[in-house]
Write a protein that binds this ligand. Structure first.
Ligand SMILES: Cc1cc2nc3c(=O)[nH]c(=O)nc-3n(C[C@H](O)[C@H](O)[C@H](O)COP(=O)(O)OP(=O)(O)OC[C@H]3O[C@@H](n4cnc5c(N)ncnc54)[C@H](O)[C@@H]3O)c2cc1C
Length: 431
């Protein structure tokens, strides 16, 4: 055991510190700042967007149910701005938004800076300090050394619940496998004219014939585990972003994470060869890049005041403290083989405020994919539009707490819902 002690400079005092600048985090920071809270946003990469940009997950799903908007406010404003600048397209009737990761990075950054958020990029969160049951500081590593920010309220939007875990928030133990991860890759020289629409009105394809053929080949030769494949074309001439590789890894373990990155890169080498050799549309394809990091679907989940269940979810149970909606199907990718379970929802589900807070942690909100849900509910609510909805609620709730001075559990829910509805969130109970 090596023990190291050192003095850490506190370089800023904030009302709200948002940890992680993915879909949940950057929206949370905008929301808190627009409510008047002095807000900082800390992100390990040099850009915002989380899995959407670092992981190259191009689709932002789903804003609509049967053609009717169910996610509104800042998340919708974000994609409308992208659309207006020609950097993305909203597809009906499910409200799937497709955009280029580069457009995403720029627009997210613009909105965060316009809101007056202090942005800390290239800042890796490594610890937090607890004083009297509250997280008083968050600590990060940067090229300048170890640094701390003081915080009245903390929003953990790291996706993996890093700050919550460091603070000692209890995590759920599902006794079941995590959803597998996927390293996205980008191909050039694809005959994109041969690829049918994946989302209505969009180039791209679910490539069922590719799936069928690869499954056949796997009986006689080595084919790495894969999902889909899903292929988004139309981002540039001959270019396609491919969601295909698949591997079950626990990303909170650095040994597994290293093995996963290396193995998936090897697998992509094999998959690209298989695509070139077996399918006319990919016969001249070249690998342009892999994503900055493997796309992680699932790691930790906090045990919140409420654990959202699949039953509540599928019945679209209306909670008095509903703060966000979601209409993405329950979408479970197998950790063992190439299969996937996809259950479409009859109605858009409601997500309660109590699922983003934990008992005994009065100044912490956890709105990102690590929020408190069981496996089924998570398998739907994990997607971008819903975690952005949770993020905007967390930001507004933290700002209310700054005014009231109370714990996150005591927040005036009616006031929070009024703010969200004013911004355009769709929280009314469906008939
Ligand atoms: C393969 C794949 C396909 C998907 N397909 C879709 C889809 O079709 N539609 C859809 O809407 N969603 C999809 N998703 C889900 C979606 O991308 C994520 O669920 C969503 O990005 C979650 O957002 P988040 O903000 O909760 O977490 P993340 O996106 O993980 O963001 C977390 C942020 O925190 C930062 N961070 C983490 N730890 C630290 C640290 N210690 N210090 C500093 N910063 C840190 C990260 O860099 C990141 O920016 C997919 C995901 C994967 C992996």
């Amino acid at each position: 055991m090596l023990i190291r002690t050192k003095h850490i400079p506190v370089i800023g005092e904030y009302e709200v510190v948002v940890c992680g600048g993915g879909p949940a985090g950057f929206v949370a920071a905008i929301a808190a700042a627009r409510c008047g809270a002095k807000t900082a946003l800390i992100e390990r990469y040099g850009f915002l967007g989380g899995m959407a940009t670092a992981g190259a997950v191009a689709p932002v799903t789903e804003f609509m149910h049967d053609g009717r908007l169910v996610v509104g406010g800042i998340p919708l404003e974000f994609v409308r701005r992208l659309e207006k600048s020609g950097k993305g397209t909203m597809c009906t009737p499910r409200g799937n938004f497709v955009c280029h990761p580069e457009g995403y990075k720029l627009e997210a950054q613009r909105m965060v800076l316009e809101a007056g958020v202090d942005l800390f990029l290239h800042a890796y969160l490594s610890d937090c300090v607890i004083e009297n049951d509250r997280i008083s500081h968050v600590i990060f590593e940067s090229k300048s050394g170890t640094r701390a920010l003081s915080a009245r309220y903390v929003i953990d939007a790291t996706g993996d619940g890093d700050i919550a875990a460091m603070a000692g928030v209890p995590m759920q133990d599902y006794q079941c496998p995590l959803q597998p991860s996927t390293l996205y890759f980008v191909l050039g020289n694809v005959k994109t004219e041969m690829i049918r629409g994946y989302y209505p009105g969009q180039p791209g394809s679910s490539m069922k014939h590719v799936r069928q053929k690869l499954n056949e080949l796997s009986r006689t030769q080595e084919v790495p585990q894969f999902g889909g494949p899903w292929c988004l074309a139309g981002m540039g001439e001959g270019m396609a972003i491919v969601n295909m590789s698949r591997m079950a890894i626990d990303w909170t373990d650095e040994v597994q994470a290293t093995r996963g990155e290396c193995q998936l890169r090897e697998n992509i080498d094999k998959l690209v060869k298989l695509l070139r050799e077996n399918f006319e549309e990919f016969s001249e394809a070249t690998l342009l890049s892999t994503a900055t990091q493997v796309g992680i679907r699932e790691t930790r989940h906090i045990r919140g005041v409420h654990v959202l269940t699949g039953e509540e979810y599928k019945s679209a149970f209306y909670f008095q403290d509903s703060i966000a909606r979601c209409s993405h199907p329950i979408d479970i990718h197998s950790d063992k083989d190439n299969s996937q379970i996809c259950i479409y929802l009859d109605k858009a589900a409601y997500l309660p405020y109590r699922s983003i807070i934990a008992e005994g942690f009065p100044n912490l909100l956890v709105p990102s994919r690590c929020f408190s849900a069981d496996r089924e509910a998570f398998a739907s609510a994990r997607v971008q539009a819903s975690v952005m909805g949770l993020g905007q609620a967390a930001g507004a709730a933290a700002a209310i707490c700054c005014e009231d001075g109370g714990g996150v559990k005591d927040v005036d829910i009616k006031r929070l819902q009024e703010i969200l509805i004013t911004w355009g969130a769709y929280l009314a109970e469906d008939e």
